[in-house]
Design a protein around this ligand. Structure first.
Ligand code: AP5
Ligand code: MG
Length: 214
């Protein structure tokens, strides 16, 4: 099963992608996580990406597309994958379609998690992330068992640098200008499925399963 997750920043793409990846035993590929891991490791890619991420802007397509096209051809992707945060622009989507065409392959679903802007800032201000294993929490909606500590690995949770309210607003503006057009793109490809992302975590996941197994 080859899936791309669409939705605004904070819509719950990462939260749901992890659950999908676990249920279907396929890799979860998040470009945001890849950039953050590179930054932590101090690579050139990480340092370049940080300049854009900190401003709420998109990392240029030429730093992004090649890495995903390589990643989806690795052995663990042969039964499918969940792409989270990619594609983010029409050129990225076109490159992905072309690369899959060359491989005689195609996506199965584009899942759009629909959440209005009003809900987003609240979600982002309460998000906490594990810098070690990447798990995501919310202080009110998905709290860890022990405050400030990751359930999976025991690391101290942090707030992402780009979750400050002013950066979130910029990310939302960028989303509407550059990423939202992908909804029409995948509608035209005939694989778009909309999910109401304002429901609670388990209800959103139940809607997704219904779509994937229809
Ligand atoms: P990325 O890391 O992809 O960030 P994003 O798209 O802005 O999305 P988020 O990770 O912020 O949100 P999410 O939808 O995953 O929500 P989450 O599940 O955490 O990208 C970061 C940056 O990297 C970009 O700004 C860009 O600079 C760069 N980048 C990445 N990919 C790129 C690309 N392809 N091209 C160019 N640049 C790229 O949920 C949010 C919070 O809400 C959590 O606290 C969660 O617990 C909570 N929550 C989730 N679902 C629910 C629910 N149903 N009810 C209540 N709370 C919920
Ligand atoms: Mg995410």
């Amino acid at each position: 099963m080859k899936i791309v997750m669409l939705g605004a920043p904070g819509a719950g793409k990462g939260t749901q992608a992890i659950k999908i990846a676990e249920k279907y035993n396929i890799p979860h590929i998040s470009t945001g996580d890849i950039f953050r891991a590179n930054l932590k490791a101090g690579t050139e890619l990480g340092l370049k990406a940080k300049v854009y991420m900190d401003q709420g802007l998109l990392v240029p397509d030429e730093l992004t597309t090649g890495l995903v096209v390589d990643r989806i051809q690795q052995e663990d992707c042969k039964n499918g994958y969940v792409l989270d945060g990619f594609p983010r622009t029409i050129p990225q989507a076109e490159c992905l379609t072309a690369a899959l065409n060359d491989l005689n392959d195609a996506l199965d679903f584009a899942l759009n998690i629909d959440v209005p802007d009003e809900n987003i800032v609240n979600r982002m201000s309460g998000r906490r992330a594990c810098p070690k294993c990447g798990a995501t929490y919310h202080i009110a909606y998905a709290a860890p068992k022990k405050e400030g500590i990751c359930d999976s690995c025991g690391e101290t949770l942090i707030q992402r640098d780009d979750d400050k309210p002013e950066t979130v607003q910029k990310r939302l503006d960028v989303y509407h200008a550059q990423t939202q057009p992908l909804i029409d793109y995948y509608e035209n490809e005939g694989i778009l499925k909309n999910v109401d992302g304002t429901k609670n975590l388990d209800e959103v996941f139940a809607q997704i399963i219904e779509v994937l197994e229809a």
